[in-house]
Design a protein. Sequence first.
Length: 114
Amino acid sequence: MPDVSPERGVVIADTKERAYMRRTAGAIEALAGAAALLDVLAAAGVRLGVVTNAPREIMEHTLGEAALRDRFPVVIVGDECARAKPFPDPYVDGCRALDVQPREVRGASSGGAE
């Protein structure tokens, strides 16, 4: 939004995020079988984490509402990294936090499997 000052951009983003949390409170459900799959993976020793460009407050809200937050011991938020996605920094930080090499990682995203 080229006509918007950085300060106004912050206000707009904050308003949008608050509206999202109000509108989705009590309305987010995990996909059928997601919790069971995560439990099986964790029991098999697969280290689980989330890497997102969403603000931490939105991520915590969304995973909490879906009753999945406790299944992800590692959460990396792009704006807490040196550079957010599409730069690799959040993924590198996630690998470091999970103590895995990037070649060992398998993932799924809103953009498809990675």
